[in-house]
Design a protein around this ligand. Structure first.
Ligand code: B12
Length: 211
């Protein structure tokens, strides 16, 4: 049984078998970050099937649940690999109107296991709440996830609120999520776009160091 089999189980939405195989692959020494990469690609493929009407919402939901179940098994293995020094404070959430939280949960896990303190605001988070929570926490980063073209403008809204309060320079604004891009980050004036969760710790540190 290989990583390919695990991807198949996620696609089929078989959470129970996915958990068993995730455990087995980890014991066989497969890198947990490599697993997350492959599973993320599988979910993108599931999304394409949905877009083509080859599958419907219940199937996506089952795949999402299976992926979350696998990530739960992966969590302690990532934690074991993490560092201890505090590298920065992050307010993280999924923007208003958007319920896609799996990617955000992975980002949280990877940041935390790499020495960042993360305040997880959950999903469907009002733009003003990102800002209020960042002020309350004294955060270094405001990081938002958007999975739909219809909710991406909320990432701009967060920056507009910071500008209107005159506190834009107090925070590094980070954006992520499948439909977002470097081009979108440049357009809205975000400090950082992250393509995936794996690269987040290094990129966050570089942006904080002004590199
Ligand atoms: C799973 C899923 C769902 C699940 C969500 C379950 C959950 N608890 O999260 C359910 C079934 C609930 C769902 C519902 C809907 N969905 Co949906 N869904 C998906 C799907 C298949 C996968 C998303 C996912 O979890 N991927 C896996 C994770 C790990 O990847 P990721 O989120 O991209 O995150 C990675 C990176 O992007 C990055 N990252 C993400 N965020 C951030 C943030 C920061 C700060 C950083 C640093 C990095 C980062 O790190 C992650 C790991 O590397 C996508 C397809 C796709 N291509 O994305 C469609 C998709 C996003 N959904 C879509 C749609 C249309 C819907 C619905 C409207 C369906 C409907 N008709 O009701 C509803 C909307 C609900 C809402 N209001 O949000 C469309 C969106 C189209 C658009 N407008 O852009 C997509 C693209 C499918 C499609 N091709 O049509 N969905």
């Amino acid at each position: 049984m290989s990583l390919e089999n695990l991807c198949k189980l996620i696609e089929e939405g078989d959470a129970e078998e996915a958990k068993v195989l995730t455990e087995k692959l980890l014991k066989d020494g497969v890198n947990p970050l490599e697993m997350i990469d492959s599973l993320t690609k599988t979910m993108a493929h599931v999304g394409d099937l949905f877009a083509k009407l080859d599958i419907f919402l219940p199937e996506i939901m089952l795949s999402g649940e299976a992926l979350s179940a696998a990530v739960e098994i992966l969590a302690p293995y990532l934690e074991a690999a993490g560092g201890r020094e505090v590298k920065g404070k992050v307010v993280l959430g999924v923007v208003k109107g958007d319920l896609h939280e799996i990617g955000k949960n992975i980002v949280k896990l990877i940041l935390e296991t790499n020495g960042f303190i993360v305040k997880d605001l959950g999903y469907n988070v009002d733009s003003l709440q990102f800002v209020k929570e960042a002020e309350a926490m004294g955060a270094d980063f405001i990081a938002s996830s958007s999975l739909m073209t219809t909710t991406m403008p909320r990432q701009l809204e967060i920056i507009e609120i910071l500008n209107s309060k005159g506190i834009r320079d107090n925070y590094k604004v980070v954006i992520g999520g499948a439909p977002t891009s470097q081009m979108w980050a440049d357009k809205i004036g975000a400090d950082l776009y992250c393509y995936d969760a794996k690269s987040a710790p290094e990129l966050f540190s570089a942006v904080l160091a002004g590199k």
